[in-house]
Design a protein around this ligand. Structure first.
Ligand code: ACO
Length: 382
């Protein structure tokens, strides 16, 4: 026994100082640059939130207009990137295609690395704009449909939904997709942001850091939880089966996807906001989506009774997101594209901030193997 303190999963370890986002896990509060998520979701737009996160201030009217125009100018993709999507998207996981296309985007930047903050903000704007177009193009290709070009009369998230589904969203869906983008824009040093930070700490470029973020987002313990949650709701099938399903799962020590969080030990404020939208569509959609909504709302009640106050396991943002995505015409295999398209701004902001006082990440591990073994030539090995 060496007595080294192992921080498994880096739980409880602070890795940097940051002014981007505060997650108050005890109180269930979330702030971007000091503004609470409830206000941003209700009163702001995704473009404005991107500006806030990148520039650390709310924009004036003219600043926001110029920022939105820049985003629009950067929406299109080169022929080469579109070819990558067409060749890969049908068979690959959406995030695998996204990170490959993102690597290709960097090839068009003659100087991918810069130490200059304003240069990196311009790169971030480019990355945010193109990520939405890539994500939507992946969705279209997966469904065997034509890729839709960006429509510059539409705002960022509205245009994303249009390019993905082929339908211009009505007012209700335009607000809902924008709220989804706002809620997923940033969340301090979670796994994918940490992945991006590890990559950037080597002074690799911002594109490489975003690719690392995208790769890390993929798993069901992080970005994949919304898809896993909706798959679970589909397998429950009928709202009347929900209680039995949950009790059997918990008795078998199975996790219920979309519940629990490393930091939130109270109700995730993003989930609270989404629950209000779910209440609004409850009973107002097609039969299969109405069923998912009922299952989600029933499961929430049961899980809070079983594990909420007693174990601090509450719904997280991923639990209610799935039925709402389905309501907007987004299929489960595409959920990750919404998450990664929105979170790109958070990854970029963290990278830019980290480079102001960069320190290479190089943790230690406690070696538990042997040493000084005798090397035996291959012919003599038994
Ligand atoms: N359902 C049932 N039990 C749970 C759940 C859950 N969703 N989450 C945690 N627990 C239980 C664990 O079984 C464990 O119990 P034990 O102590 O009796 O073994 C205890 O709570 C602690 O769980 P850990 O997974 O060790 O805690 P951690 O801090 O790593 O949990 C995590 C965070 C990974 C998110 C976990 O809650 C989980 O796996 N949830 C389901 C996946 C999910 O929804 N991920 C999305 C997170 S939000 C996001 O990424 C946007």
């Amino acid at each position: 026994m060496s007595g080294n303190m192992i921080h498994s999963g880096l739980e409880g370890v602070y890795i940097e100082k940051s002014s981007i986002c505060k997650v108050d896990g005890e109180k269930g509060k979330l702030y971007y640059r000091g503004y609470c998520i409830e206000d941003l979701a209700e009163k702001s737009t995704y473009e404005e939130v991107c500006y806030l996160i990148l520039y650390n201030k709310l924009p004036k009217k003219k600043e926001l207009e110029e920022f939105s125009e820049k985003l629009k100018r950067e929406r299109t993709l080169s022929k080469e990137v579109l070819e990558i999507i067409k060749n890969m998207a049908a068979k690959a996981h959406v995030l695998d295609t996204l990170r490959t296309a993102m690597s290709a985007i960097s090839a068009d930047d003659p100087e991918p690395y810069s130490a200059d903050e304003s240069v990196n903000i311009e790169k971030a704007i480019r990355i945010i704009a193109k990520t939405a177009t890539i994500s939507a193009a992946i969705g279209r290709t997966k469904k065997g449909k034509e890729i839709i070009q960006p429509d510059n009369s539409l705002d960022h998230s509205e245009n994303f939904l249009y390019m993905l589904t082929g339908n211009k969203p009505d007012r209700e869906k335009t607000k809902l997709i924008d709220v989804m983008f706002i809620l997923h824009a940033e969340h301090s040093s979670n796994a994918s942001t940490f992945g991006a930070l590890v990559a950037c700490s080597t002074l690799a470029d911002i594109y490489s850091a975003v690719v690392a973020g995208e790769a890390t987002l993929k798993g069901p313990l992080h970005g994949g939880a919304d898809e896993a949650a909706v798959r679970m709701m589909e397998s429950i099938g009928d709202p009347a089966n929900t209680e039995k399903y949950i009790d059997e799962a918990l008795a078998g020590k199975k996790k219920i996807m979309g519940f629990g969080h490393r930091v939130y030990k109270a109700y995730d404020p993003r989930a609270k906001i989404l629950k209000r939208y779910l209440d609004e569509i409850d009973g107002n959609d097609e039969e299969d989506i109405n069923k998912l909504v009922r299952i989600a709302l029933t499961a929430e009640k049961i899980m809070i009774e079983r594990l909420g106050k007693s174990h601090g396991i509450w719904p997280n943002v991923d639990f209610f997101a799935g039925p709402l995505y389905m309501h907007m015409g987004i299929k489960p295999e595409m959920f990750d594209t919404v998450f990664s398209s929105s979170r790109t701004v958070g990854w970029c902001a963290h990278v830019i901030e980290y480079w102001k006082d960069n320190k290479l990440f190089r943790p230690l591990e406690e070696y538990t193997g042997k040493t000084d073994l005798e090397y035996i030539p291959i012919e003599q090995r038994r």
